[in-house]
Design a protein around this ligand. Structure first.
Ligand SMILES: [Zn+2]
Length: 265
């Protein structure tokens, strides 16, 4: 589906641009390593991941959902429900699966090696939201494909989900200031940057909290919610204590990181 690729690229670029300008205008914290040191590798990973997924996987979630809908297979396709309800249910269940998958990537040592690449950024900003190891992206895609097939997710739901997931990831990693009063309300509806920043704290009990990307409810429901970092947003340290060297922020170092070290959570 070339139209889907164009749509995703345009949305990705638009959200990146808006967030980058917002970060310049109203930053939440001063950056430690800065954009020039981090952005080339973080943004190169987007290109690498797009190519790897295209080469390794025969079908992407939206394409699979079109097939599932055409054949009428999967749980939701066999139920007699209004279309809008099927779309809503698919969105909620897919988001729950992404939450559970994120928890799994923290607790299973082999998966943590891959996900650690996301957490070893020395700052958190819009580009951190795209900084994932290619193997994590491939595993994540396989989980999503299985979920779409079993669930019988309507194609419309998967298009919305994929678009919202990327936009939300870029938004909630943003180094942007949102008034506290507004944030308090906003985080009832979406995962805000202040809420997700706690997840990037160097303190392990904070790293292992606030796993949600879209719907903030899961963390509250499963007891993994931490409202604020213990040292405050200005005082907290971002990253992991074993990875403090800015020289490791290059693309080749990030690609081999899961295979050369077994540092803990
Ligand atoms: Zn994480």
């Amino acid at each position: 589906m070339p139209d889907e690729t164009t749509f995703r690229l345009l949305l990705f670029g638009a959200v990146l641009l808006v967030m980058a300008l917002w970060e310049k205008a109203a930053p939440r914290r001063p950056l430690l390593a800065g954009r020039r040191q981090r952005w080339p590798a973080n943004l190169s990973l987007v290109v690498v991941n797009t190519i790897v997924v295209r080469l390794l996987l025969p079908v992407l979630p939206v394409g699979l959902a079109v097939m599932v809908e055409y054949r009428g297979t999967g749980l939701l396709q066999t139920l007699t429900l209004p279309f809008w309800l099927k779309v809503t249910l698919a969105l909620v269940v897919l988001d729950l699966i992404i939450y559970l998958q994120h928890v799994l990537f923290h607790y299973l040592p082999l998966l943590w090696r891959l996900h650690r690449v996301h957490h070893t950024d020395l700052d958190i900003d819009v580009t951190t939201g795209n900084r994932f190891h290619p193997l994590e992206i491939v595993i994540s895609m396989l989980i999503k494909l299985a979920a779409v097939a079993l669930l019988g997710a309507p194609a419309l739901a998967v298009v919305i989900f994929e678009a919202v997931l990327n936009a939300a990831a870029q938004f909630n990693h943003g180094n942007v200031s949102i008034p506290l009063q507004l944030d308090r309300w906003l985080r009832l509806l979406v995962v805000t940057p202040d809420m997700h920043r706690v997840h990037h704290s160097i303190i392990p009990r904070e790293t292992n909290s606030n796993f949600g990307f879209n719907i903030p409810l899961w963390d509250r429901l499963f007891g993994t919610y931490r409202p604020q970092p213990e040292l405050g947003h200005a005082g907290m340290t971002i990253g992991l204590k074993e990875y403090r060297d800015p020289a490791q922020l290059t693309l080749p170092r990030l690609l081999i990181q899961p295979f050369v070290s077994s540092a803990g959570r």
